[in-house]
Design a protein around this ligand. Structure first.
Ligand code: HAM
Length: 420
């Protein structure tokens, strides 16, 4: 092979491409019912945008961004996540002045030069939402509700939602010093990575998966002890609103995030089908980001789901249930073939998806073609049936068959295609 795709990059086709389309359309449906509107931001942005938003010391900025100087000598980067670009667009297009509350969603490719493994790619896809211009804890709850509903509608039920309160930047600065003091005498019990993290990004020690580090972390003071009344009250309202929306969650006092912009509420959704990379989605509130980009103070909260991980979380049956709403016309006999061809054209003129295999001779080989094309329905038409002005409709999902009137075929089939 003269050329191969790059490590950590994928071609998406066949059932996986169908899975992408399906979850994207579920996302559009669920998000619009919550009042979110689509935004498409550029894949390439100024490097500084991400550095300022995500934080200088984060792994993403330090090690993972695809960055380069373009031909006009501007330092640019492929977006490693969606939030920074959305906040830039919110300010650049004056949504802060015209919209009040802006509720936006996005679907697209992100790039991080991480070590590839199952569920971890260098080009991956996120589906996310951002609600900008509000401090209300009910918006946190609404965004989380929207995430859970989306995951359920996409077929990834059985996930676990964990929440934490990371407080304001000021509260976190105090907590950071307390943590450093706590870990300093226990340095020898920590792994090498965590020993390095102590100075640079002590919060990441809380996140370490190494068992000896976890044992130390379990004895560390929780951030909750360093939060003021306002931050605690905000978080309690988020939890209360989630409970009244019937959303199950657990509080994880040691959960931190890999991006620095978060304030107060943070959350993560994990799924048991994912293995080591078990984070299916994550998000939180980022009340200082708009201001740090030069806007007036404006609270904001959002999440992003990893699409590849979402598809990995689906049960086998849902993942393979990729039969499309397509009608395959199978005929037996010359008169039936002519009638079938007419019907095929009528269905297409009605905007329905329809196929026919002109070369297959027997009914059996046409059924094989229908199966291969992943059509959900097969229309079976024989010369006998034509005499009775009928055709047989077979649903390939469950094998059910029924006889329908041939003269009303387009209308009847249109109705059929609207059923789930
Ligand atoms: P994040 O936690 O960095 O948050 O990423 C969100 C999700 O993207 C992860 O839970 C995971 O499913 C997926 N993901 C991340 N990296 C990879 C990778 N290398 N390969 C495959 N999937 C990956 C954010 O990006 C924030 N912008 C979320 C947010 C929106 N917070 C507020 N608003």
């Amino acid at each position: 092979m003269p050329f191969q795709r790059l490590r950590g990059f994928k071609d998406i086709y066949g059932p996986e491409a169908a899975g992408f389309s399906r979850v994207e359309s579920v996302a559009r449906g669920v998000f619009s019912s919550f009042g979110f509107q689509e935004i498409r931001t550029p894949i390439l942005e100024e490097r500084e945008l991400f550095r300022r938003a995500l934080g200088d010391e984060t792994d993403v900025v330090q090690k993972e961004m695809y960055e380069f100087e373009d031909r006009s000598k501007v330092q640019v980067a492929l977006r490693p996540e969606g939030t920074a670009g959305v906040v830039r667009a919110y300010l650049e297009n004056n949504f802060d002045k015209t919209e009040g509350l802006a509720k936006l969603f996005y679907i697209g490719s992100m790039f991080r030069s991480e070590r590839p493994q199952a569920g971890r790619l260098r080009q991956f896809h996120q589906i996310g939402v951002e609600a900008l211009g509000t401090d209300s804890p009910y918006t946190d709850a609404e965004v989380i509700h929207c995430l859970c509903l989306f995951l359920e509608c996409a077929g990834a039920g059985g996930f676990k939602l964990r929440l934490n309160n990371l407080g304001t930047f000021e509260e976190r600065a105090i907590f950071k010093e307390k943590l450093k003091d706590f870990f300093a005498p226990k340095k020898a019990e920590l792994c090498e990575d965590c020993r390095n993290r102590l100075d640079k990004n002590v919060f990441r020690v809380l996140d370490c998966k190494n068992e000896s580090c976890r044992a130390v972390v379990r004895k560390s003071p929780p951030i909750h002890d360093y939060l003021n009344e306002e931050s605690r009250a905000h978080f309690e309202k988020v939890c209360g609103a989630l409970k009244s929306a019937g959303i199950e969650f657990t509080q994880d006092p040691y959960m931190v995030r890999g991006l620095d912009y978060y304030t107060r509420t943070v959350f993560e959704v994990s799924h048991s089908k994912l293995g080591a990379q078990d984070a299916l989605a994550a998000g939180g509130r980022y009340d200082k980001l708009v201001e740090s980009f030069g806007g007036a103070p404006a609270g904001a909260v959002g999440f992003a789901v990893g699409v590849e991980r979402l598809l990995m979380s689906l049960p086998e049956q849902a993942a393979s249930e990729d039969r499309e709403d397509c009608f395959f016309v199978a005929t037996l006999g010359e008169a039936a073939f002519q009638e079938g061809f007419k019907l095929l054209s009528k269905l297409r003129a009605e905007g329905l998806r329809a196929l026919m295999d002109y070369s297959a001779k027997s009914l059996k080989s046409q059924m094989r073609s229908a199966d291969k094309s992943k059509s959900r329905y097969v229309i079976i038409l024989g010369d006998n049936e034509i005499q009775k002005n009928e055709f047989t409709l077979k649903d390939m999902r469950d094998g059910a068959q029924k006889a329908l009137s041939l003269s009303d075929a387009p209308a009847l089939l249109k109705k059929e295609s609207m059923k789930c």
